[in-house]
Design a protein around this ligand. Structure first.
Ligand code: SAM
Length: 287
């Protein structure tokens, strides 16, 4: 069944009385080439267990299941369950979980399901309304996952991969680059979806770092600095880092010790400069 074919999607909609939900970010893929490149970009093999977020009617799920040892697909929309049972009926290596991925205990899920597989890979054409929340959940929970290959709004992907000094460099760029190496699989025009969204998309593969990108004395302080720095991004670090709870005198001294000009702004700081500033604040806090 060519689930990417718009007339097949229309037929499924009519047969099951299914309506696209805008609020659940339902824009289904209609381009076979893009589907294949997501699966190839993720480098899925039969040694892998794949977790797919938001299978929709199962177009990517099927393509992944042809290559993977096992696919666990997490879909929030109960209206899609009967459809998925039918569209995926020929596969014995797919398990569907009808849940909100943001509420699911992914650590336990991986512990229970991934035994016997060499690695776990996450894929998905993410609902745009919660892209950042999903990415941060996957990363902050430090799941035993090798990579995350996901489609997202191009604008979000551009922010994630941006470098210091760029107007769009922000907390999400530093956070994701701290946990992962970011690779672009491809840009995807809006015409490859049904219904057609208003914006273009990008597929990124986030390879989880095996070694930390920077040495940190306290990860919480690192993230406190990032949050404080970017929540007042137009202010100098001397001012914005007061959001960490330290006084200006202390911040000034720590920035000097880290070799960072206190008049600089968060958007100019590299990952390692954020780490140095945070480490100095940790040392100061212990005095
Ligand atoms: N994978 C399909 C495709 O590429 O055609 C559908 C992708 S569609 C952009 C996003 C899917 O995520 C929808 O099926 C939607 O119902 C599902 N979804 C939305 N919010 C979710 C959540 N919190 N947890 C799990 N799935 C969710």
């Amino acid at each position: 069944m060519e689930l990417y074919n718009p007339s097949v999607i229309r037929r499924i909609k009519n047969r099951y009385g299914f309506q696209f939900s805008k609020s659940l970010g339902q824009n289904f893929l209609t381009d076979k080439g893009v589907i294949d490149r997501i699966v190839d970009g993720a480098g899925i093999t039969e040694d892998d267990m794949v977790i797919e977020i938001g299978p929709g009617i199962g177009v990517l799920t099927r393509a992944a299941a042809e290559k993977a040892g096992k696919v666990i697909a997490i879909e929030i929309d109960t209206n899609l369950m009967t459809i998925l049972e039918d569209t995926l009926s020929g596969f014995d290596n797919i398990k569907i979980i009808n849940e909100n991925v943001l509420k699911l205990d992914l650590v336990s899920l991986i512990n229970q399901e991934a035994r016997g597989y060499k690695s776990v890979k996450v894929i998905g054409n993410l609902p745009y309304y919660i892209t950042t929340a999903i990415i941060m959940k996957l990363l902050e929970e430090r799941l035993s996952v090798e990579s995350i290959t996901i489609m997202m709004q191009k604008e979000v992907a551009d922010r994630i991969k941006s470098a210091p000094g760029s107007r769009i460099y922000g907390a999400i760029s530093v956070a994701v680059q701290y946990y992962c190496e970011v690779n672009v699989v491809e840009d995807v025009p809006k015409k490859c979806f049904m219904p057609m969204p208003k914006v273009d998309s990008t597929v990124l593969r986030l390879d989880i770092r095996k070694e930390p990108a920077v040495e940190l004395l306290d990860e919480k302080m690192f993230f406190r600095c990032i949050k404080a720095g970017f929540s007042q991004r137009r202010k100098t670090l001397l001012n914005s880092l007061t959001g960490t709870g330290f006084e200006k005198g202390v911040i000034s001294k720590c920035l000097e010790n880290a070799g960072i000009g206190s008049r600089r702004r968060a958007e100019t700081l590299s990952l390692s400069e954020f780490a140095s500033a945070a480490n100095e604040l940790v040392k100061e806090g212990k005095r």
